[in-house]
Design a protein around this ligand. Sequence first.
Ligand code: FES
Length: 570
Amino acid sequence: MSFEDDVTGMKRRLTRYGDDEFALFLRKAFIKGMGLGDEALAKPVIGIINTQSDFNPCHGNSDELVQCAKDGVLAAGALPLAFPTISLHESFAFPTSMYLRNLMAMDTEEMLKALPLDGAILVGGCDKTVPAQIMGAFSARLPFIQLVTGPMSTGSFRGERVGACTDCRRFWASFRAGTLDDDEIADVNNQLVPTVGTCGVMGTASTMALMAEAMGLMIPNSACAPAVSADRRRIAEETGQRITQMASEKLIPADFIDERSIENGLRILMAIGGSTNGIIHLAAMAGRLGLPVDLNRLDEMGRDTPVIVDLKPSGDGYMEDLHRAGGLARILHEIKHLLHLDAMTISGKTLGDIMMQNQPDWPQTVVKPCDDPIYPHGGLAVLRGNLAPDGAIIKQSAAHPDLLVHKSRAVVFDGMADLANRIDNEDEDFRADDILVLRNIGPKGAPGMPEAGLIPIPKKLARAGVKDMVRISDGRMSGTAAGTIVLHVAPEAAIGGPLNYVKTGDIISLDVPARTLSLLVDDAELEARKQAAGPLKQTPSRGYAKLFHEQVTQAPEGADFEFLQGVDKP
Ligand code: FES
């Protein structure tokens, strides 16, 4: 049964007993056990995915938002029914939430296909949840709206404004360097997350919320309202109203999202100085619709898109400041000359129409004009060279300007265990200008591409005042982190990418303006090292680990599962 079928509500997707009338009779009998009557059960059904979990503080307001969304659905004349899926939080997912993103996308897709839904609201927010939900909903091809839980509010540490998670890393680096004592770091720990909601800086959650809104998948100006605010509740209620209309219009995002929407997402990623994870997730989401994301195009766009949003880690502010400044609408107006204003949105209007309806014009300092930006070019740059034949990413807006062109000795760590054993060893020979290389943390390597690309500064160098070094890996980095960090090196070491054959003492050359990442070792020597190397990582023998290893793609393809990419062939 496809979404286009005429039936609605409870009559959709009947369980196959071989007798549809009996299947409907039985379904209604069961759901009446929850107190619903025939009149309610005759209405269109809007499913609301609730990702509330005691392990997910970023979704700590999900129950409340579901209730507000239900109010909107009821007011618009449909029946709202909530149901759970997997919920992922960054700090509660071993080995890393990215390992489970595709599982959540599969859960989302299959539940959206299995239940009798005319439309769906996806309540998510923490980093991997929004891309996972959109990936699943694109593949399920039904009307949907993404509803994010919203950013946490800021806290205060001894008078200093703080919020997860750029400040988490900054204070931890100070603790490692010995400038913060045990009492102080314990106090910081109490203040960094003062409310429920997603990380309050321009990390992955904020990036994904703004990109999803710019791609036309959310209620206008709904990305930034704090998790604990009346605005957030009103947005949930409005989402309920709008999805009910979309269901009657049969307005399916998978049908109208196209290259223009994807490019708008990329532009916003650049203009906000967004998380490096944004590019992986966008590639995975677009891949579900058969729309490739070209790294060369990303780099091209980066060259003429300034970073104009003054939020940490590239700037100073927090998401609540961006909300007060006018949210995404303010950003859209600043870069409207770079956007596809004719791209369609869930509102049934184009991005340009929405922009004209929403024109914040009060004084503010968070969103800068294009001629006075935070950073003159896009936050992200794509590097290539013999160390990354299929590309690597650097967030140049969060890097130290003196290190953007750097040639030096590599110090290689073979994986997470090797890093943990050696990074703080006082006997290790570390120099301030070394290039730290961490391999085997790619999609298959770790597995799941953990956010370990922000290799810590060796303690003895941190104590000596070293704040940044060039660091290279085939893994990812939290969007809340800063430093001269080269990520997503492809192909990864675990499948025999060149990163696998670097040795400590080799010279590596990074040249961000020239977009190159080179290992200054000749091809014959590299080939000899390849021949002499041991076997590559073996496929796990069972379960999700086996599926993951066999199916996960490399970073430029979004690390989605190969068999989930593209659209169903009839
Ligand atoms: Fe959930 Fe940062 S940990 S958004």
